[in-house]
Design a protein around this ligand. Structure first.
Ligand SMILES: O=C(O)CCC(=O)C(=O)O
Length: 235
């Protein structure tokens, strides 16, 4: 894979360094995003509010192309070093009309390490926008620059929060240390669907916590994704 970042990715990398998050617009076709959104809603149809589908690569193997999108992998390589791995399979995050906002937090594994937290990333997160992300439908909210604070959020928790907005087919990327949460869905009829795919550097390793990818699904994935999933596949 070409390791060189293009101009948009360089700008995204600077924003990640300074603000802890960035949005890359239009990385996949809207039709592809809409298809994944529809499939995820079908699988969670009996649940309401803010709901998650863990281990999503098993029922939705078509998420594979998101997991190995070259722009994301180039940025992950820049921030995590090589080799890096996919953590926790993939997780669909569905914010239905009326769903409450989440609690502001920094991501695992920071809760397991002493403060001040290290400034280098232990986790690089992505949220693929399978619908538009708007201020009304529960777009992820982040507090810029807090990945440099070395600590988890205190109170008041929403100080300086901004919503990460984008069109369906875009991707939000954040470093695990930046404080964030899902927004409240204040709309009457607009849902928000995200596909969360995360990457770890090689020195972070807790596969017993992760929903594994089934062998028969793993076997069909491209070699590049198989390498990324080495730590997340069934024994
Ligand atoms: O669903 C969201 O927007 C936020 C997800 C989140 O907080 C997380 O994955 O840590």
């Amino acid at each position: 894979m070409d390791q060189n970042l293009n101009a948009a990715e360089e700008a995204a990398g600077r924003q990640l360094t300074e603000q802890g998050y960035c949005v890359l617009e239009g990385l996949i076709e809207e039709e592809e995003a809409a298809g994944l959104d529809a499939r995820a809603r079908q699988l969670m149809a009996d649940r309401s509010g803010y709901v998650k589908l863990e281990g999503a690569l098993n029922p939705i193997p078509a998420l594979a192309s998101l997991c190995i999108h070259p722009a994301v992998l180039r940025l992950a390589g820049r921030f995590l070093g090589a080799p890096f791995y996919l953590v926790n399979n993939a997780c669909m995050m569905w914010c239905q009309p009326g769903a409450p906002g989440g609690r502001l937090h920094a991501d695992w594994p920071l809760g397991d390490v002493p403060q001040p937290y290290p400034l280098w990333p232990l986790l690089l997160q992505t949220m693929w926008m399978l619908t538009d992300f708007t201020p009304e439908n529960g777009a992820t909210r982040l507090v810029p620059g807090t990945h440099l604070s070395g600590k988890p959020p205190g109170t008041p928790e929403d100080e300086g929060e901004v919503p990460a907005l984008g069109r369906r087919g875009s991707v939000l990327i954040w470093l695990g240390g930046v404080w964030h949460r899902n927004g409240t869905n204040t709309s009457a009829d607009q849902h928000r669907m995200g596909a969360n795919v995360a990457y770890i550097p090689r020195f972070v390793h807790r596969p017993e916590l992760w929903p594994r990818v089934r062998r028969e699904i793993y076997r069909e994935f491209p070699a590049q994704l198989q390498q990324l999933l080495e730590r997340s596949v069934e024994p």
